[in-house]
Design a protein around this ligand. Structure first.
Ligand SMILES: [Fe+2]
Length: 125
């Protein structure tokens, strides 16, 4: 089938609000945008849990450690779920991690660590 025909089918699905599945034909830029956006979200989930994990051993009671472990586990699950979703679009997890480490892929985190603990980034940053 010609690209123009595939594009017409894709456009008709979008116009009709029909779901586009990962194995469906889609414009390459559309696929790459999905990969970029979802992998950025996955990276953000994982990077966001890292400073929280540092505080597990410092939590003052077993109950508070349990709460923190549950939070870190929750964020790891979000990240892994999103990595799995992106893999269905045709990129491997290794490629995504390589993109993160090389700086090609970005992440967002509103937290950062200071010697006094985790804090929110100031609004001007
Ligand atoms: Fe999360």
């Amino acid at each position: 089938m010609a690209i123009q025909d595939l594009q017409q089918i894709f456009d008709a699905k979008i116009a009709a609000d029909v779901r586009i599945e990962p194995k469906d034909w889609m414009p390459e830029k559309y696929r790459q945008t999905l990969i970029r956006q979802i992998s950025q979200h996955a990276h953000s989930e994982i990077v966001g849990m890292l400073p929280e994990g540092n505080w597990i051993s410092r939590a003052p009671s077993l109950k508070r450690k349990q709460i923190l472990v549950a939070k870190v586990q929750d964020e790891a699950g979000h990240g892994l779920y999103l990595y799995s979703a992106v893999e269905t679009l045709g990129i491997s997890r290794d490629e995504m991690i390589e993109q993160l480490h090389s700086g090609k892929a970005k992440y967002s985190s509103i937290f950062f660590c200071t010697p006094n603990g985790i804090t929110l980034l100031p609004a001007q940053l």
